[in-house]
Write a protein that binds this ligand. Structure first.
Ligand SMILES: [Zn+2]
Length: 507
């Protein structure tokens, strides 16, 4: 494992446009300190003035024939657009001068006595960096991964991983604050709002409620009910009922059927209620019906915030392979993974996929305990076979390139739905590789978890504060640990025994 760990910060010197107009930074992809500094560089570099390249024989010869492998491994090398080569502290000062916020450091760093002090300090860190960070596993890519794996102790891994974290702490906090601001912004703009899409077939109602509102604010998941061509889908929880009723009074939509994509509380709590007020029959899959009669008692955090749904009442209908809409039909596609009973709905005529929770963004690292990621992978592969122009998620986001869909920043994401799904697939396949390799090597679960979030991946530190908040606030219900566990579930039991032992005993 670990082969692709630095792919996020590594760039291709040849394919990258503007390779000759940017400063090329050659860093040691094995070194956590170098990787940490590259994260800072990327955060500073809004205008792509630099390209960061991990050192390898091919990269060096592609960038400049004067570069020597040994020299580059010893200290930082920067090749300017005019083919000047700066080395060590002078390279740091050269990079600092590129950005307004660090310009002064760079300018002073060239002058006595700061230049001598800088060179001395740089030399000290460069000489000792391997004793500070001897990394193994997912956080580093190494020249001889097998040899390192055999030799390296977990202490080295943790010292390296921790060091990588501390170098990025200000970035982690800043990214956390920024993400919280964005969540608040999107929440405010969707509060009691609805989104009517031009052809009138699709309406998204954003649902609110006193306690449910904490979820979009803290976690970024919006609550919605979808009305598609006469079918109401996932009409929210009892604590959002007032909000749903308010929408229905305003829109007065024609609803002929009520459908749930799966038996999670924020999707099914109003099924019977909506059927009663509209006279429309309820349709669910056979497994969802089973999960709803009776509905199991939720953990108290979820019951308090979202609300315990009532049991599903008769009469209801079971979903077949298709369900008729006002002007056509929707295919019912089994998509287990997010939970076992999940189904997605697809309109082949309009090329619309109502994915429910089968797609929750390309990067999603804090799943619920009933996620089975291996089943999810198969489901995503199935969705990749569809021709999709509009992808509607169960928590309010829409992915589409169609120009007839109006802009709604934070909700409508201008992205090819198939690209979004394939990115998610690639990410999950990489995770599966990391986790399976980790278990084969007999690594403790905590190490495997860390190796799934190497700091070289931007998302690892960008979402770190949010992910850990979610873990804390959900009392461990939704967490990065659950993501690892979601790849090793077997049918019938929640966790393999060896795993439970590892988690509780830490090996
Ligand atoms: Zn769900």
């Amino acid at each position: 494992m670990g082969e692709q760990a630095v792919e996020d910060i590594a760039e291709n010197p040849i394919e990258k446009p503007g390779a000759n107009t940017a400063h090329r930074v050659l860093y040691d992809g094995q070194c956590e300190i170098c990787q940490g500094c590259v994260s800072w560089l990327k955060a500073l570099d809004r205008e792509n003035k630099t390209i960061c390249l991990p050192i390898s024989v091919e990269v060096l010869s592609a960038v400049d024939s004067r570069l020597q492998m040994d020299e580059c491994l010893r200290q930082l090398h920067v090749v300017t657009p005019t083919s000047e080569i700066h080395v060590g502290w002078d390279a740091v000062a050269c990079l600092a001068r590129l950005f307004p916020s660090t310009w002064l450091i760079g300018a002073l760093g060239q002058r006595f006595p700061f230049r001598s002090a800088g060179r001395f300090f740089y030399g000290f860190v460069a000489k000792n960096r391997y004793s500070l960070s001897k990394c193994r596993g997912g956080a580093c890519r190494v020249a001889k991964p097998e040899a390192v794996r055999r030799k390296a102790k977990l202490g080295a891994f943790w010292s390296c991983y921790t060091l990588g974290f501390f170098i990025r702490v200000p970035l982690v906090l800043w990214a956390g604050i920024k993400a919280a601001g964005q969540r608040a912004n999107i929440f405010a703009r969707t509060y009691h709002k609805r989104l009517d899409l031009p052809n009138g077939k699709l309406t998204i109602l954003f649902l609110n409620g006193m306690l449910p509102n904490t979820v979009p604010l803290l976690f970024g998941e919006l609550f919605t009910a979808i009305i598609y061509d006469g079918i109401a889908i996932d009409p929210g929880s009892p604590k959002m009922r007032w909000s749903l009723a308010r929408h229905l009074r305003q829109v007065k939509p024609k609803i002929t059927k009520v459908v749930a994509t799966h038996a999670h509380e924020e999707h099914v709590g109003n099924l019977n209620w909506l059927a009663e007020v509209t006279g429309a029959p309820v349709y669910v899959s056979e497994m969802t019906a089973r999960f709803l009669t009776p509905f199991k008692r939720l953990p108290w955090v979820r019951a308090t915030i979202i609300g315990q749904p009532p049991d599903l009442k008769q009469p209801y209908h079971l979903l077949g392979e298709t369900i008729d809409t006002e002007s056509g039909y929707l295919q019912v596609i089994e998509t287990p993974g997010h939970c076992d009973d999940h189904i997605a709905l697809y309109d082949p005529k309009e090329k619309v996929l109502l994915a429910g929770d089968a797609f929750m963004g390309s990067y999603f690292a804090t799943p619920n305990p009933d996620v089975d990621s291996r089943k999810w992978l198969v489901s995503l592969e199935r969705l990749m076979e569809l021709d999709i122009e509009i992808l509607v998620e169960g928590h309010g986001h829409i992915h589409t390139l169609r120009t007839d869909i109006p802009d709604f920043p934070g909700v409508v994401i201008r992205e090819d739905p198939k690209v979004a799904i394939s990115q998610k697939l690639a990410y999950m396949r990489w995770l599966r590789e990391q986790i399976e390799a980790g278990f084969q090597e007999g690594l403790p679960v905590r190490v495997i978890e860390a190796s799934c979030f190497p700091w070289g991946r931007r998302t690892s530190w960008e979402s770190c504060a949010t992910d850990e908040c979610i873990r804390l606030l959900s009392l461990g219900h939704f967490s990065r640990t659950e993501l690892v566990r979601s790849f090793v579930r077997t049918d019938g039991e929640q966790l393999p025994t060896v795993y439970e032992v590892r988690i509780s005993g830490g090996e």
